[in-house]
Design a protein. Structure first.
Length: 140
C-alpha cells in the first residue's frame, strides 16, 4: 500500500494534489486487494501486539505525511495535535467498515468525499471541495 501511495503522490507537484492522490490510491488499493486491506485494518487489531504494531505503523506513516500540510497556511499551526491521526483513523475506519459489509467496490465512489474530508483542515472547505471535485488538483 505504501508503494502505491508514494507512487501516486509523486506524480503531483503541490501538497494538496499529493494528499488527494494518496487518499485515492489508498482507497483503490483497498478495493483491489481486500486481503491486504483486511490485514491492515480489522485483522491487525485482532492479532494482538504484532497486529496493533502494524496498524500503528500505517497510521503513523500516513499521519506524518499529512502533517506536512500544516505548512500551507499560518492558521494550520493552530490545528489540534491529534488532527492527522484522527483523519487517517477516519479513512481506515471507512475501509474497515466497507470490508465488514463486503462493500469494497463502493470505495471509489467515496473517494471525492474522503479527499474533501482529509484536505479541509489544511486548505479550507471551499478549496478542499474544489480539489475533490475536479479529479486533478494540480493547478496549471
Amino acid at each position: 500500500m505504501q508503494v502505491a501511495v508514494e507512487h501516486a503522490s509523486s506524480q503531483k507537484r503541490e501538497w494538496p494534489a499529493k494528499a488527494a492522490a494518496a487518499v485515492a490510491a489508498t482507497l483503490e488499493f483497498a478495493a483491489n486487494d481486500p486481503e491486504a486491506a483486511q490485514l491492515l485494518t480489522n485483522e491487525a487489531l485482532a492479532r494482538g501486539a504484532e497486529g496493533i504494531s502494524r496498524h500503528e505503523r500505517v497510521i503513523s506513516y500516513a499521519a506524518d505525511q499529512l502533517a506536512t500540510g500544516r505548512a500551507l497556511r499560518p492558521e494550520n499551526a493552530q490545528l489540534p495535535e491529534i488532527t492527522e491521526r484522527a483523519l487517517v483513523g477516519g479513512l481506515v475506519m471507512l475501509i474497515a467498515q466497507r470490508l465488514d459489509q463486503d462493500k469494497l467496490a463502493d470505495l471509489p465512489e467515496a473517494t471525492p468525499e474522503m479527499i474533501e474530508f482529509v484536505l479541509t483542515p489544511y486548505v479550507g472547505a471551499d478549496e478542499a471541495k474544489r480539489i475533490a471535485g475536479n479529479g486533478d488538483s494540480d493547478r496549471p
